[in-house]
Design a protein around this ligand. Structure first.
Ligand code: MG
Length: 297
């Protein structure tokens, strides 16, 4: 099942979307009475509520109707730093990595977890804002994001995938200069509009455990091309690690990290500029496409 937030008469509401992404059915019509916010909907679905299969042809879906599928997770998005070998090396060698002081510790020995404010979430086609004064080191990071269904604490690795509701695509947009200057990642990654998400959530039963191809293009040029099989710490390990510290909640999002090919991997770095178009795609889920736009203030 694919669940999107579709703008109906201007207001984003949960809807089922067909495999082609061309038709939709409002959840309010398929299953009246279920929550109309995605986090609330995920919580009841994780407890056993169901959305029936559509019995009619639904409504035509235009991509501009899509909003971020989970605009209101219960708290900040969990993120994972340096979770692909090749990216960990390019980051450590870039001069922007304040978490690593030598080549010897470029590859983390345990997951590096940080968070991105949920207020940074934007839609799958929304512009990425270039805010005055913090617009000179903006970079892209295509990532597989996990959406938690059933919450829990101390979730064992072997049980972890039972807690996954589904998956979506995020671009963990980052202002590298702030990431370096402030020796921490929150300010550079928490900027308003720096977490495009979508185009929808694909439930875990459709994805299974197979590796997924993940790509990022900038202005049509391939920049990132990897497989989620290359994750240093896989989804079960991330769930086990985070839930050892805090209870995971329905609707929590874990962005699993980005592969090699980000802008600071180039010499000189290739930062994003006004008008650039960034496309992040994951096999079996879909793609998000966002244009960089200067903001007045
Ligand atoms: Mg990232």
């Amino acid at each position: 099942m694919r669940l999107a937030m579709v703008r109906m008469e201007g207001l984003p509401q949960p809807a089922r979307v067909d495999a082609a992404g061309k038709r939709y059915w409002p959840v309010s019509a398929l299953a009246p009475g279920l929550p109309t916010d995605m986090a609330g909907l995920i919580a009841v679905l994780a407890k056993g509520a169901t959305i029936p299969e559509p019995q009619d042809e639904g409504q035509p879906l235009r991509e501009e109707m899509l909003a971020a599928p989970l605009p209101n997770p219960p708290r900040n998005i969990f993120c994972v730093g340096k979770n692909y070998h090749a990216h960990a090396k390019e980051f450590a060698g870039s001069g922007y990595d304040s978490s690593s002081t030598s080549a010897a510790d470029a590859i983390p020995k345990a997951p590096i977890i940080f968070s991105k404010p949920f207020t940074s979430i934007s839609g799958p086609l929304d512009d990425i804002p270039l805010w005055p004064g913090i617009d000179q080191g903006v970079d892209y990071e295509a990532e597989l994001a996990v959406v938690i269904g059933t919450g829990g604490r101390n979730i064992a690795r072997a049980e972890a995938l039972k807690h996954v509701f589904g998956y979506t695509v995020v671009n963990d947009v980052t202002a590298r200069d702030l990431q370096g200057t402030h020796k921490q990642w929150l300010l550079g990654k928490g900027i308003d509009g720096f977490c495009p998400m979508g185009p929808w959530i694909v439930t875990a039963d459709e994805i299974g455990e197979k590796p997924l191809r993940i790509t990022c293009n900038v202005n049509g040029e391939a920049r990132q091309h990897a497989s989620t099989a290359d994750l240093i710490f896989d989804v079960p390990e991330l769930i086990e690690t985070i839930s050892r510290s805090m209870t995971l909640l329905p609707g929590d999002v874990i962005a699993t990290g980005t592969p090699e090919g980000v802008g600071i991997g180039f010499k000189p770095p290739r930062f994003l500029r006004d008008g650039d178009v960034v496309e992040c795609a994951i096999e079996g889920i879909g793609r998000i496409r966002n244009t960089l736009r200067h903001q007045a203030g």
